[in-house]
Structure formats: structure tokens, C-alpha cells
Ligand binder design. Sequence first.
Ligand code: 5RP
Length: 232
Amino acid sequence: MSLTADTDVLKRAVGFSAVDRYVRSGTCLGLGTGTTARWAVARVAERVARGEEIVAVATSTATERQCRELGIPLVALGEREIDVAIDGADEVAADWSLTKGAGGALFREKAVALAARAFVVIVTPEKLVERLGAFPTPVEVVPFAAVTVACAVEAAHPGVRVRRRGGVAPFLTDNGNAILDCAFGPIDDPAALDAALRAIHGVVATGLFPSGLTSVVLVADANGTRELPEPH
Ligand code: 5RP
């Protein structure tokens, strides 16, 4: 089996397992974005088809589309209390802080995670790191201010790149904003860096999720799916 096929099997396992462990009939569920979260969406669809009353808040137009295609009832953010949100991540640090946003859905993903009573992060083992920062941090910015924000960030941390779609036109998020991918290197204090970036006029959100937001980290590897022990 190829590495990609292998990883996809693990993504399916962890997505299915999260729904089986943390979702009951009656649950209002935040549904994440990406190639891992899409398996959780698929599992929720199976449960809805069996007659369970599950409703979802989608974290992107892509997830919203998948939910509609598979018959999962949707509610808007703020319409119902969210019992649990399930989402993938690009990096999970030892303290459970996260890098998210490779798919560009970071703003809505953070909004849903913040609103949820519990936030379950589903990953494959290569996402586990000691410290965040090997993966460039996505920063969502208002397009009008993209260059001034990029210059401000670059002055302190060289290695800022405007994300592009197909190499030419700037990538735009579901909110109509641009993304700067910032190569910070090892990040000592993700919450402080997140706050410093958000203090720059024009920054909407960053893909740095503080450690306190994560309730559970679920990891699938060749031995099965397991919850990580809480960091001390
Ligand atoms: C999208 C995200 C994703 O959750 C993150 O990029 C992980 O994606 P994948 O499961 O495809 O590796 O933050 O904005």
C-alpha cells in the first residue's frame, strides 16, 4: 500500500472513531475542514441516515457542501449550543496548542472551536510535534491591508508568503480574505505570538490555536486509535 493510501486509511479510522466516541443522537456538532475531518462528516452522514437526530455547524463552504450532499442537517453558528466540535490540525504540540489553516478555513474553525463545549482534534501521527512552527503559520488578513501586514510581519520574522491559488491569483478564504503563510520556525509561546499578530491592523485571525482550546487529541496509527494523555 502506498504512503498516501496508508495515511488515508488512518484518517478514516480517526474520523470515524471520533464520531463513534463523542457524538450521540441529539448532539449539535461542529464539523471541521480537510482530508481528515471529511471522514468524520462521512460517519455523521451514516448515523443521520440511520435516523439519529444530529445537527451540524460547518466550518467552511466545502464542509457545508459535503453535509448538504450527504443529508446532514445544518444550523448556523449561534443558532444552537455546540456540544462538541471535531476537526483536524496541521501540527499538534506537546502542550496541545495547534497550527491550523492549511485549507484556509482557520477563522471559521476557530469560531466553532471557541463556541463548542468540547473540541476534539483528530490527527495522524506525523502531525504530532514537540513545538509548533515547522509548518508555516497561516494568518488571515483583509486583502486591502495584505501588503502592509505582510511588511509588518516580515520586519520581525522574515519568510512571509502570500498564499496563491494555482500559483497566480491570491487565495481567498470563505470570508473573502487573503492568507499569509509565515515561516516563524520553532514557536515558544503560541498564545503570545497569536496575540501579537492579531494586534496588527488588518489581521483577522491566525492559525495558532492556544493549548486551552483543545479538549481531546485523538490519534490513529497502525495499532489503532487512542486519546493522548493530557499534557501537564
Ligand atoms: C483547514 C485545517 C485542517 O483541519 C488542517 O489543515 C488539517 O487538514 P488535513 O486533515 O487535510 O491534513 O485547518 O483549514
